[in-house]
Design a protein around this ligand. Sequence first.
Ligand code: EPU
Length: 302
Amino acid sequence: MRLADPKIVSALPELGVELQSGVSLATLTSLGIGGRTDLLRIRKHESIPDLLQLLDSHAIPHKFLGGGSNLLIGDGELPWVVLQLVRPEPDVILDGNRAHVDAAADLGRTVTYCAKHDLGGMEGLIGVPGTVGGALRMNAGAYGMQIGSYVREVKVYRVAPRKIETLRGDQISFEYRHTSFAPDDMMLAVILELPSKPYKEILQGIRICNEKRRSSQPLGQKSAGCIFKNPPGASAGRMIDDLGLKGLAVGDARVSDRHANFFVNAGNASARDMLALIANVRDRVEQAYSAKLENEVVVWNA
Ligand code: EPU
């Protein structure tokens, strides 16, 4: 979708919003899949209510993009514009055991920055790609930890009341790859409270997690991490692997040979290919195990 109305286009600079026209979203997702649309880059959180008011008053549909690392976006010209926060500098400010982090901050860099200041707890998240906002929204976790455990406060833009609100950690429920945020809540910033730990000790934990990840996941390839959530008490990757489906492909969308719950873009995969592969694997798992796998990857289909 292209913003052509001069009333919208001329209002954007005043809001501190940069318009990038006809951006290929494939360049903004870790899967390297996605069609084209206009991208609105937001510099000031405070301008979001006015920006959303402007878009709504002209009936412009929109979606909010984080780091694009758990996302499958449809092909072709897309029927909505995309909003994304510009990462401020600095994006992490420490205050004792509390880290004030912008949602656009890179998750891995945030973990490392806190570690260098002797704040630990998030070692397991070191290799998880994406932004802190994205990790927060889905309660990203790995190796026995999840980001939700450390959340003390979240600044969020809520679409229904059209305002920026601050929620305390105990007002949000964090479950396995799920949170109580509304689907259209936009994460803006978070305060994490982290346990003190010597940097050397944290680094050891980080090294162990990195090693485990390198040995079991296809890190050099384009993927969205795990495609499916694990059913209670089971591993989707193991279930798919046991069915002999590693290497199964639709076009260039392919079940990883290394970890069967990672589906990789092995060249020029389309969203259509990837969606067909997901549907195919889900069907086969359902036939074999009578279990319906739920997507972990978020799908924005045109
Ligand atoms: N396994 C196989 N074949 C495979 C993949 C896994 O036999 O192709 C076996 C492993 O050998 C292991 C068991 O299945 O015995 C579990 O595998 P793994 O330790 O890789 O964990 P997982 O359940 O597949 C989860 C998360 C990952 C996270 C790892 C480590 C989900 C959906 N996946 O994977 O998170 O990195 O644990 O904590 O919860 C993600 O969410 O995108 C993600 C990658």
